[in-house]
Ligand binder design. Structure first.
Ligand SMILES: [Ca+2]
Ligand SMILES: [Ca+2]
Ligand SMILES: [Ca+2]
Length: 468
């Protein structure tokens, strides 16, 4: 049953001179009962375009009753003022201000206890809701907008944002309500399809709209964690034909669950399996002349296609640093590292650092091996990563000796074979260290030395040095 609310002191001023001139005056209510109002074409008693209702108490309202609905809402066609819903079904208030459509929604309302809402495209501080008066955990209340939502019927409340709202971090964005003296957080969850330029957030629980005077967004302008989408391939593990890397260490359960660089990162076997991880790598943010100063280092996991994952399997990579310009270096325990040619800006726009692509400029010359159309870190650094130094791959008195020495120590003979190990002397990352045979670990060393573009004469004495 539909209860039609009495229009007390009903004074509807429907001016017809131009698009958007319907005005619902003080104390009046223009009701849409069981009809669909077209904001583009108008309806029986309302002009198309923007409908203005009186915002000052006693207010005017544009009401929706029964099965009423609307179409054609936009920045140039909505209600500039108060909209009221009498419906139990979820309702999005077609409201805006200053030529901008900025809806809010409630999950339910009621014939006998309707809910109304208006959008104010102004700094709440100027309307006596100071953005700087905040409760625990609330930062950066919006200084550009708020919503007045009123009623006693409990409902979940959804607020929206657009590119003018200043949202920079989805995780930082909150719904806040003015409790009479300050803005307090109302537990809410960002709707999954949201981006920083268009999105919405819904309270986790139902709430009587009258609980708070007005509602707004907080966490506006908060920078997200610094994030980088990154990719790198390891030549020693790479199949040049398929362009993907082996995950032999993974399938043999040889990859340690704590990172081998001592950075305190841990992962799980599930993450390693699910993401087809080849190995751990070390990612550095560097500053200073030639990126000589390491500002931050994290351990990451590289999957067989080169994609870097956080230790929990997620992407993009997350850093403590949230803003700033950094050289990005990716290093590995037995490959030569690579670094960007110039600094990369950490910001709300997540940069992409793809070291597998020849389009990505790298620091120094011949920074990586070129295999067909892709690039990969130079393999063969069996002596291992020197964090504070510059590593190289050299034949004698170097990386070959590291392998022969390891085998001699472990097996008593250079000709011995060790299986099931996770060690820097395993240059092709197959979990085996051996000196001879088709999968011998000497091979990546000689490949790096003999294929280096500067080593035209292909001498074994040539030393390949990390390019930064
Ligand atoms: Ca209110
Ligand atoms: Ca070396
Ligand atoms: Ca090996």
């Amino acid at each position: 049953m539909i209860i039609i609310v009495l229009l007390v002191n009903s004074r509807i001023f429907a001016q017809s001179s131009s698009f958007g001139d319907t005005y619902v005056g003080s104390g009046a209510e223009l009701l849409m009962v069981d009809i669909e109002h077209s904001f583009l074409a108008g309806s029986v008693s309302a002009q198309p375009g923007i409908i203005v209702t009186e915002r000052t108490v006693p207010r005017g309202y544009f009401g929706f009753v029964g099965t009423a609905s609307y179409t054609g809402v936009s920045d140039t066609a909505h209600v500039d003022g108060y909209v009221r819903t009498y419906m139990t079904t979820p309702f999005t208030f077609p409201i805006g201000d200053n030529g901008v459509y900025r809806p809010a929604s409630v999950s339910t309302s009621s014939d006998t206890a309707p809910t109304d809402a208006a959008y104010y495209g102004v700094n709440p501080t100027t309307d006596s809701y100071p953005a700087t008066s905040v409760g625990s955990g609330v930062v950066n209340v919006s200084t550009t907008e708020y919503w007045d939502i009123n009623g006693t019927t409990p409902a979940t409340i959804t607020l929206t944002w657009n590119n003018a709202s200043g949202v920079t971090s989805l995780t930082a964005t909150k719904i806040v309500g003015w409790d009479g003296t300050k803005w307090v957080e109302i537990p809410a969850t960002v709707v999954a399809s949201s981006t920083t330029t268009a999105g919405s957030i819904t309270t986790n629980n139902t709430i009587a709209p009258n609980t708070y005077s007005v509602y707004s967004l907080a966490g506006i302008g908060v920078l997200p964690e610094g994030q980088i989408t990154a990719k790198v391939l390891l030549q020693g593990a790479l199949n040049g034909t398929t362009g993907t890397m082996t995950k032999a260490l993974n399938t043999q359960n040889l990859i340690p669950l704590s990172d081998p660089y001592g950075l305190g990162a841990t992962t799980t076997s599930t993450v390693l399996t699910t993401n087809e991880i080849t190995d751990w790598v070390r990612v550095e943010l560097r500053t200073g002349t030639s990126g000589a100063t390491i500002q931050e280092s994290i351990a990451a996991l590289v999957s067989i296609d080169g994609t870097l994952h956080n230790p929990d399997g997620s992407t993009p990579l997350k850093f403590q640093a949230t803003t700033g310009n950094f050289y990005v270096a990716i290093r590995h325990r037995n490959h030569l590292g690579v670094m960007t040619a110039s600094t990369v800006a950490l910001s709300s726009i997540i940069p992409v650092v793809d070291f597998t692509s020849s389009a990505t400029s790298t620091f120094g010359s011949n920074a990586q091996a070129i295999i067909g159309s892709i690039k990969a870190l130079w393999a063969g650094n069996a002596t291992g990563l020197t964090v504070g130094g510059t590593d190289n791959v050299r034949y004698s008195t170097g990386d070959v000796n590291a392998i022969t020495g390891y085998l001699t120590t472990q097996t008593g003979s250079v000709g011995g074979v060790i299986t099931g190990v996770y060690t820097k002397e395993d240059t092709n990352l197959d979990g085996i260290v051996r000196y001879s045979g088709g999968t011998r670990d000497i091979l990546p060393i000689t490949t790096t030395i003999l294929s280096h573009p500067v080593n035209q004469t292909q001498t074994f004495g040539f030393v390949v040095t990390q390019s930064f």
